[in-house]
Design a protein. Structure first.
Lengths: 508, 325
């Protein structure tokens, strides 16, 4: 694994853009430490690393959003400076972020040429005919067949991504940086994107591609650069490595890619019974049972109503019909009732719904357990800190102290804090909504080991996940949702990716 | 990332919490102002003047302390001044009609608390943004007070009642004792009770607070009711000190109370701030105004100076906080 970068770089071609010895420091964190990185014409360069390894920082340095503390930029063999996004744009660097920067109520053409609109004859007007023609030409270049006068809010995620790419192409981008571009795409859309990438490559454009998906890395990549802790670990070619080796480079240790799970011989007593639950959020007639000792999956396509079911059980959205029986007693009320009775919700967007980012790790860990820890109503900061220290050790939360601001932790550690607050509260049923989204591989297997331990100790889990592999590995059984209803139930033996997809698809 | 946080390059959050640092800077500022005034004016350091400053600061503090809790939840209560006026008029009427200061005090507190509770209902059950709900309430209360008083002035209260606002105990004005008591209660409530913790959590992220099992609506009701009750308390002190009540007494109270909260370091975005900070905020505000009086600066300059201090304090806070991120 110690192959020097130069050994695998084509010696004949000159890099289009080369970064040498880039360092970038933030207060307390060395985001990038002496990273060198070269992009050659017409290649797909995969950028790999756990969350926080420095991929995003490197990307932001590349596009001029961050100013590097040290290091040099070389463009076609000449030393250049990238100190602003305008500099990067001049060199042909464009970034397709995960969050698109399109204006929803403007049309495709207006978005592509936003701020660069062709002027009409009357000063202050836009040459509408020219902007549409130009847009059509750019869309044609990337093979995207759509009317450029369609407004953005009518487009799906994949189509919006195409518009972003068209916008970049129209600015003569030669280096396209894509940040997990397939994260929100369906399989079919992913195929279309890959075809487009092949086409851009054939035209001599270079793609810097950030991904968490091993399959993509091998399907698309010409070269791979692995980052860890802000340092460049290695540069390799896909043909020379195995997925396991890459994972080891990313995490710096051996990680079991299969998730350990001790399936119970026979599930425990009934803990949650949902009968005919409906809600105005679009779910209807939901029937679910969860027993102690079980991890029950809740799958289906994004938008099939999985999160809505979780929220309705937790009382976050009011039910319009049906009954929730928890631990033998009927339950209806706000989340504070569900929490008191022993239900935990680990929401999908932990930053906006799971944590108070500006508060400390300790504040966040005890927030759901205040009444349990301090029955007198009197809060004791030291006792809270002690409880937090225990949880930090138990969950192996990587933080300098319980007083650290939680927003400064990595995604995986933040997720552990969200889980930890419910451990402190002594919850019995844990509802996980996409528990591993945006979490690196090492933290993932830790979180699954934790869930396994929880249910082994008599708790139960209801787990929503779009990662069907995870559902299949981890769950005792699973419900599959389609269009707001339960479309089917899969037992342990029936639980395969094919079955989940078959039940979750429309008109299956 | 799992590993970088283990890295020695990442320092733990500093020994002093952000709150402690904020309070420290404010105490420093208050001392500096005192030092400057002591040099510039001979009469500043006289006992009489210092007690006068404390008594004036106490009135602003009573209103601002309850308001601090509201602002901690990322809300605002614009009705506090109008609430003081109505509560004072009702308390005064009850004392006149029954001759009992105790009943009057109860009526004033009850009126303030009830108004606060109504604010809370508008914010939680009707989901009206607090800024708008309490702004509307301001007009409603003003209307009620003017209608009720019909241009009359209540004055002449029993001597015992007047002691609350103007009496002394062991050489200190009674409002100063009340100030210390409520500063203690407010600080204990915010820092040392689970309700206080929940209020900070709500202000820091209301959605996460609700999904963490905090009864957000009930806590907000409590916070607005407390803010109203503190306005009721202020009305009693006011009534007792002035020995009279008119419909328009509340009009100059709300904005200084908000200023004290902001100068004291409580963020309008919620989740950050302390009751003690608000006390120092009220103190700084009063000191500056007092100093301007002593130095014979025209009173017309006072709003301008207040505005500059507020902007300066908030700007410095944002700067230090951004550095902490």
């Amino acid at each position: 694994m110690s192959t020097a970068a130069s050994a695998i770089e084509p010696t004949t071609a000159m890099p289009l853009l080369e970064l040498r010895g880039i360092s970038k420091e933030f207060p307390g964190v060395k985001a990038l430490d002496d990273v060198s990185f070269a992009v050659y014409p017409g290649e797909v360069h995969m950028l790999l690393g756990e969350n926080g390894a420095g991929k995003s920082s490197l990307m932001k340095v590349l596009c001029g959003a961050y100013h590097a503390d040290a290091g040099e930029f070389w463009y076609k063999g000449e030393k250049v400076a990238i100190s602003s996004t305008a500099d990067a744009q001049k060199l042909g660097v464009a970034v397709i972020f995960q969050e698109f920067s399109l204006v929803p109520h403007l049309d495709i053409a207006q978005n592509i040429f936003l701020g660069r609109e062709p002027k009409g004859r009357i000063p202050g007007t836009i040459d509408r005919r020219k902007i549409l023609a130009d847009a059509r030409r750019v869309l044609g270049m990337i093979g995207f067949d759509i009317d450029p006068s369609t407004t953005i809010d009518k487009l799906g995620v994949a189509q919006q991504q195409m518009v972003e790419i068209a916008k970049a192409i129209s600015q003569n981008a030669r280096i396209l940086v894509m940040d997990e571009p397939t994260a929100a795409l369906s399989d079919r859309e992913t195929e279309l994107l890959f075809a487009l990438i092949a086409r851009l490559k054939a035209d001599g454009a270079s793609i810097v591609y950030i991904s968490h998906r091993m399959a993509e890395v091998f399907a698309l990549g010409d070269r791979i650069t692995v980052l860890r802790d802000g340092r460049r670990i290695d540069g390799v070619k896909p043909a020379d490595v195995t997925p396991d080796q890459l994972v080891r480079m990313m995490v710096g240790r051996n990680v079991d890619m299969t998730y350990p799970r001790n399936f119970a011989e026979k599930p425990g007593e009934l803990l949650l019974e949902v009968k005919g639950l409906s809600s105005s959020t679009g779910i209807s007639d939901i029937n679910i049972e969860v027993r102690r000792g079980e991890i029950v999956g809740l799958c289906g396509l994004v938008g099939s109503g999985r999160s809505e079911v979780a929220r309705a059980i937790f009382g976050a959205d009011p039910a319009s019909a049906g009954e929730i029986i928890f631990d033998g007693k009927s339950m209806s009320g706000e989340p504070d009732l569900a929490a008191r009775r022993g239900i935990a919700l680990i929401p999908e967007s932990r930053k906006s719904e799971g944590l108070a980012l500006l508060r400390s790790v300790s504040d966040n860990l005890v927030v759901s357990a205040l009444r349990k820890l301090f029955p007198s109503g009197l809060f004791d900061q030291r006792a809270a800190q002690r409880t937090s220290d225990g949880l930090i050790r138990q969950l192996r939360i990587a933080t300098p102290s319980a007083r650290q601001t939680v927003g400064l932790l990595s995604g995986g550690n933040q997720q552990k804090v969200v889980i930890g607050k419910w451990l402190a509260a002594g919850s019995k049923l844990f509802i996980f909504d996409e528990p591993t989204r945006g979490i690196d591989i090492g933290a993932k297997s830790e979180i699954f080991a934790l869930i396994d331990r929880l249910v082994a100790e008599g708790a139960a889990a209801l787990m929503i996940s779009s990662e069907q592999v995870e559902i299949c590995h981890v769950c005792d059984r699973a419900y599959v949702m389609r269009e707001g209803r339960i479309a089917g139930h899969l037992t342990r033996n029936e639980l395969t990716e094919e079955n989940i997809v078959r039940l979750g698809m429309h008109h299956a | 990332m799992t590993d970088i946080t283990k890295d020695a390059t990442m320092p733990p959050r500093s020994f002093l919490s952000q709150d402690a640092i904020q309070v420290f800077y404010r105490l420093l500022a208050a001392f500096l102002i005192c030092a400057v005034l002591a040099v510039l004016s001979d009469s500043f350091l006289s006992l009489g003047n210092i007690l006068n400053v404390l008594r004036q600061a106490s009135l602003t503090f009573f209103i601002a302390s309850g308001l601090t809790l509201v602002v901690l939840t990322a809300g605002l209560d614009l009705s506090v001044g109008a609430n003081v006026a109505l509560s004072a008029c009702i308390a005064g009427t009850v004392i006149h009609k029954t001759g009992s200061p105790a009943l009057g005090i109860l009526a004033g507190l009850a009126c303030g608390g009830l108004v606060g509770l109504l604010n809370g209902v508008m914010v939680t059950a009707l989901r009206i943004p607090s800024f708008i709900a309490t702004y509307g309430m301001l007009w409603v209360l003003n209307g009620l007070t003017y209608w009720y008083m019909a241009g009359e002035t209540l004055h002449g209260f029993p001597a015992g009642f007047r002691q609350i606002g103007s009496g002394y105990l062991f050489g200190l004005p009674i409002p100063v004792y009340l100030l210390l008591v409520f500063l203690g209660i407010g600080t204990l409530f915010a820092q040392r009770t689970i309700w206080g913790q929940e209020i900070y959590a709500i202000g820091a992220n209301p959605v996460a607070a609700r999904l963490s099992g905090i009864p957000v609506a009930r806590r907000l009701l409590l916070v607005y009711a407390v803010s109203g009750t503190m306005a009721g308390l202020a009305s009693i002190i006011f009534l007792s000190r002035l020995n009279s009540a008119e419909a328009d007494i509340g009009e100059s109270l709300t904005l200084p109370a908000i200023a004290a909260v902001l100068i004291g370091g409580t963020s309008l975005f919620g989740g950050v701030g302390t009751v003690f900070g608000t006390f120092i905020g009220a103190l700084i505000l009063t000191l500056v105004l007092n100093g301007m009086n002593l130095l014979s600066v025209s009173a017309n300059w006072q709003p301008l100076v207040t505005g500059i201090i507020v902007i300066l304090a908030v700007w410095l806070d944002m700067k230090t906080r951004r550095r902490a991120q």
